[in-house]
Design a protein around this ligand. Structure first.
Ligand code: MN
Length: 321
């Protein structure tokens, strides 16, 4: 019996013997995190007759209000006090990103992890895991599990997994392998309208678009224009809807820019750093700041002032002139 079938048997056993199940992802869930949670929850409902609780911490961006089954999401504050029999963690690169979910995971009797972030050797959050950092989205791994286990699915599941793939790949622009394209082609054959979701997910609150445009217009350029750096002070941070994708997309369109860094002042002394590149790995830079992520999209949370972190990021890319 091959590896994935063996692990899926263990998965099925754990789900079957658990009376209470929670599914959660990293805090401030993005499209892949949110839709992987909802998609897996619905697959478990359809195939195991169980009703997992879908938990989140932080904020869910407004542009994701349109995703199917969105109302199932429950804030960790409302989670039952009793520990869960089983907690399934999705799309969470490192434990600190679980925020208040960390305690819920720690208290669980059984744990399963499904993730596509790069992990260091001992980085897995659960012994039974379906981690694969060659996959473009956690939603892609769930699709593989669904196929290998021959699970029943419906259109909600296919739409959710579609949104997970589209949001983590910038509408398939960052895809470097054919697998996600084959997956999407197969979903199209099963009735999914990919263009509809690309349009529906591109609608943002006015305040977010205006703030991101203003932040973009104040961007600075370093190292012969190869690094574009934008800072989002606390007063602007509260107007963002998600990670500030528009800022990163616009700066990445400038000729000569190889790296984009967006610094977000989440608290007076806590700066979220998002790094992107189309052509060069950025995960090493993120790790140097104490974070991690994917090869071409990574980030960190640094406890320091905005000005100090700005200088650290400029220095970090010094060799890139
Ligand atoms: Mn993801």
């Amino acid at each position: 019996m091959n590896d994935i079938k063996e692990k899926l048997n263990q998965f099925a056993e754990m789900v079957a013997q658990s009376a209470t199940i929670a599914i959660m992802a990293h805090n401030n869930p993005d499209g892949d995190a949110l839709c992987s949670v909802l998609g897996l929850c619905h697959l478990i409902e359809l195939n195991f007759g169980k009703s997992p609780v879908c938990l989140y911490d932080g904020n869910i961006p407004g542009y994701l209000d349109v995703v199917p089954l969105r109302d199932k999401m429950v804030c960790v504050e409302q989670a039952p006090a009793e520990p869960f029999d089983l907690v399934i963690v999705l799309d969470c690169g490192a434990l600190y990103q679980m925020a208040r979910g960390t305690a819920i995971l720690a208290a669980a009797k059984d744990k399963i992890e499904i993730d596509h972030h790069h992990k260091e050797d001992d980085g897995a959050l659960a012994e039974l895991n379906f981690n694969d950092d060659t996959r473009c989205a956690t939603a892609e791994i769930i699709d593989q599990m669904m196929r290998a286990a021959d699970w029943v699915y419906d259109m909600d599941v296919l739409n959710l997994l579609t949104i997970g793939v589209l949001t983590d790949t910038g509408n398939l622009r960052f895809v470097r392998q054919s697998d996600p394209l084959r997956m999407m082609a197969d979903f199209v054959d099963r009735g999914i309208n990919i263009g509809y979701w690309m349009d529906a997910l591109a609608v943002n609150p006015r305040r977010a678009v205006l703030t991101e445009a203003a932040v973009t217009s104040r961007a600075e350029f370093f190292h012969n224009g190869r690094l574009a750096l934008a800072t989002v002070p606390r007063s602007d941070y509260k107007n963002l809807d998600g990670k500030g994708a528009l800022i990163m997309n616009l700066l990445g369109q400038i000729r000569g820019v190889e790296y984009v860094a967006v610094l977000k002042q989440q608290r007076p002394d806590q700066i979220g750093v998002s790094l992107r590149s189309r052509t060069h790995p950025v995960d090493g830079f993120a790790r140097a700041l104490g974070g991690g992520g994917h090869t071409y999209a990574a980030g960190a949370v640094v406890r320091d002032t905005l000005e100090n972190v700005r200088q650290r990021v400029i220095d970090l890319f010094k060799g890139e002139e």
